[in-house]
Design a protein around this ligand. Structure first.
Ligand code: GRF
Length: 193
């Protein structure tokens, strides 16, 4: 029988995707969210995790880049897959190496366009609309040493109308994220040995 795989979510902010993923896997036999890791002490994601009975850890920049605090937690919790859901820092090599092809991110645009440093949150939606695009979407991809650069696993699109603002586009994107991201995580988990 296949064993239930352990997921760690990294998040920096609101955490609506984290909550959606935690709930999706609550009754799953494929995976379970074991822990939430967060770099912002007062991020709302920490309250969401606590309300759902998931442990969380806050870490500083120094702890992330100059210590083994996070890799130690990942190994202690026997994490099989790392999911970045609104996490804004580049993942350091001491985590990338042992988790090659086992870290995935969701990006709220159609990569390879509108990715890279500084391309997050409303910055992306503003740029997409300002350029006159008629569609945008979400990209789930593997994470490597660069921002938004790893192999693409999945994309879904939405239409942009003339009346869309960065805020209304963000709502459309979030709807796509809630619908697809947990299912894509599940399909990645099923491929992990
Ligand atoms: C999402 O749009 C995600 O694609 C991006 O950051 C946002 C996080 O939203 N990487 P939330 O914190 O899950 O509400």
């Amino acid at each position: 029988m296949l064993e239930n795989k352990n997921i760690a979510i990294f998040a920096s902010g609101n955490g609506s995707n984290a909550e959606n993923i935690i709930k999706y896997f609550e009754n799953s036999t494929t995976g379970k969210v074991k822990t939430v890791l967060c770099n912002i002490p007062n991020a709302h994601v920490l309250i969401r995790a606590n309300n759902l009975g998931v442990t969380s850890t806050v870490f500083s920049r120094d702890e992330f880049y100059m210590s083994d605090k996070i890799i130690d937690i990942l190994q202690l919790e026997k994490i099989d897959l790392i999911v970045l859901a609104g996490f804004l820092w580049l993942v350091p090599e001491n985590i990338i190496k042992p988790y090659r092809n086992k870290i995935i991110n969701i990006h709220p645009a159609l990569l390879p366009n509108y990715g890279g440093k500084g391309m997050y949150g409303n910055n992306i939606h503003k740029a997409v609309i300002a350029d006159g695009n008629k569609e945008s979407g979400i990209t789930v991809h593997y994470v490597n040493e660069k921002y938004d650069d790893g192999d693409i696993i999945f994309q879904a699109k939405c239409k942009i109308s003339d009346t869309d603002t960065p805020e209304t586009l963000a709502q459309k994107i979030h709807a796509l994220e809630y619908e697809y991201f947990p299912k894509i995580i599940e399909s990645v988990l099923m491929k992990i040995q």
